[in-house]
Design a protein around this ligand. Structure first.
Ligand SMILES: *[C@@H]1O[C@H](CO)[C@@H](O)[C@H](O)[C@H]1NC(C)=O
Ligand SMILES: *[C@@H]1O[C@H](CO)[C@@H](O)[C@H](O)[C@H]1NC(C)=O
Ligand SMILES: *[C@@H]1O[C@H](CO)[C@@H](O)[C@H](O)[C@H]1NC(C)=O
Ligand SMILES: *[C@@H]1O[C@H](CO)[C@@H](O)[C@H](O)[C@H]1NC(C)=O
Ligand SMILES: *[C@@H]1O[C@H](CO)[C@@H](O)[C@H](O)[C@H]1NC(C)=O
Length: 456
């Protein structure tokens, strides 16, 4: 992974280059000690210094931010020089709000001496790809972050905020609550009821399984969801009725499934989810960051179909991975990015790590560590950054968000989402299709970290 730096931010803010000059870096080398001290002289005008050090070879650069006038050598850092060469940039912020930067090369001259020379070009100079993830998570260095967790700001980037591996045998779903409601009505138009039953959500081998099953609602088994979580006006259509009525049939979902919502909430973060997607016609797995306003960042969009083409003849079945959002601007609408990842295999054949990095300027999406799509439209990113978000995990069948009528031609999907008797039409479409290969989404683990604008 290419390291990208918040130095870039500082560089973009460089002002007042004339009034304050960074003094020459001083180096203290001691005999038989491969470590050196590098320092700037004390100066009442300096408010803070960010030192950025590049080493030879594959070693990751280091950051060290100093804002402590009370310590003995406030603007000093200790670095390993050995017999080699170091490059250090000092980004100095003055009390006049000026930011100036100077870079130096330090070369070992053996014994107890080293040479220091200014560099004309500012760092970073390394064009090598280095995996420097560990800098972010190092407890030694604190990169500023704007991440929030449970309503509170976090101070350093790269910190683990939430980790779930479904390992608690007693109560493996203690960090989650179930959503219980039918998804048949607007805006979803999906063929499932989310229920809180062992058949549809269970933990096995420390992995969460969300499974679709055929429902058997009817006169003997009226469609009625106890402890329904939908509380608004037309609740009976989404929660069912205790007593069977024939005209009510149209509200009976053909399948049962499950949806879990995390108790924790986050704003600006990186989330990694290791999951195996379902395989089968019109199955749709949901991995999202959702707000109370029902908008969502969709971390991965993998349609269960083995093959599916849209009106523009693009392959949009389970060998293509999309990402996007559900927006709540002018009524809810889906926003699916045009960029995608594709694979020779259906994404449901293996576990993969699906990642979203939600920042103030963009939201990046990755598969197994590789970026494949990015939301950069600032209107949309801002829209999605108003509130903290829950993690949502679900498995559903069909739906206008997932298989939009205006995207999927009738020869690919035999019914339209806005037609009457949607329930029986979804059931028929699934019955007429080949039997589902994998009617389950399996989630191995989820990690959420604080992030910074330069994580890519
Ligand atoms: C550098 O060495 C000098 C002389 O030994 C010492 O006075 C000074 O405190 C040292 N500076 C640092 C930053 O260690
Ligand atoms: C530096 O080089 C000298 C002579 O080549 C060697 O004896 C010494 O161990 C080296 N020191 C380090 C820290 O690599
Ligand atoms: C520096 O910036 C801070 C925050 O923007 C401001 O409060 C302060 O007055 C500024 N100081 C000077 C000397 O311009
Ligand atoms: C509904 O909630 C009650 C109280 O928490 C519980 O005892 C009951 O088992 C729940 N029913 C279902 C179907 O989940
Ligand atoms: C960003 O998104 C908004 C809302 O969807 C749209 O009106 C605008 O044209 C987009 N801007 C760019 C630069 O694409």
């Amino acid at each position: 992974m290419e390291i990208s730096l918040w130095l870039a931010l500082i560089l973009s803010q460089l002002i007042g280059l004339d009034s304050f000059q960074v003094p020459q870096l001083l180096v203290n080398a001691t005999e038989n000690d491969p470590w050196i001290w590098a320092s700037l002289p004390e100066d009442y005008r300096i408010r803070s210094v960010l030192f950025y050090t590049e080493f030879e070879g594959e070693k990751c650069p280091f950051y060290d931010y100093r804002l402590e006038p009370s310590i003995v050598h406030p603007w000093a850092i200790r670095e390993y020089l050995g017999n080699g060469t170091l490059k250090i940039s000092a980004v100095v912020e003055t009390h006049q709000n000026e930011t100036v930067i100077e870079s130096f090369r330090i070369r070992s001259l053996g014994e107890n001496s080293a040479s220091v020379e200014p560099l004309l070009k500012f760092l970073p100079s390394s064009e090598k790809s280095i995996d420097c993830e560990k800098i972010r998570s190092s407890t030694k260095y604190c990169l500023p972050t704007i991440s929030h967790h449970r309503g509170k700001p976090i101070s350093c980037s790269g910190r683990l905020l939430f980790s779930e591996s479904f390992g608690d045998n007693e109560n493996p779903l203690k960090n989650w609550k179930h959503v219980v409601q039918s998804q048949l009505l607007e805006p979803h138009y999906e063929g499932v009821a989310f229920v809180n039953r062992k058949a549809n959500s269970y933990v096995e081998n420390n992995m969460l399984h969300l499974k679709v099953t055929k429902s058997n609602y009817g006169s003997k088994n009226p469609f009625y969801l106890e402890n329904c979580t939908y509380t608004k006006r037309d609740a009976n259509q989404r929660c069912g009725e205790k007593k069977y009525r024939l005209p009510f049939r149209k509200f009976m979902p053909p399948f049962d499934s499950a949806k879990l919502i995390s108790l924790d909430t986050f704003k600006y973060c990186r989330i990694d989810i290791e999951a195996k997607m379902p395989i089968g016609e019109f199955l749709f797995p949901g991995l999202t960051l959702s707000s109370v306003n029902h908008d969502a960042i969709r971390i991965a969009i993998v349609r269960g179909n083995k093959k599916l083409t849209d009106f523009a003849s693009n392959e949009i079945g389970g060998r293509t991975l999309y990402a996007g959002a559900i927006l709540n601007d002018y009524g809810t609408r889906t926003y699916e990015l045009e960029e995608f990842a594709s694979s020779d295999d259906h994404y449901g054949n293996d576990f993969h790590t699906y990642t979203a990095i939600w920042k103030a300027e963009s939201i990046n999406f990755k598969i197994d560590g590789r970026t494949f799509a990015q939301i950069t439209n600032s209107t949309i990113v801002q829209e999605l950054s108003k509130n903290e978000r829950h993690i949502e995990l679900f498995l559903t069948v069909g739906g206008e968000y997932n298989f939009p009528d205006n995207r999927i031609p009738p020869e690919q999907k035999s019914y339209r989402n806005f037609e009457t008797s949607l329930s029986s039409k979804i059931k028929k479409a699934v019955t007429n299709a080949p039997i589902w290969d994998q009617d389950v989404m399996i989630i191995k683990n989820i990690n959420v970290y604080s992030t910074d604008e330069y994580e890519e």
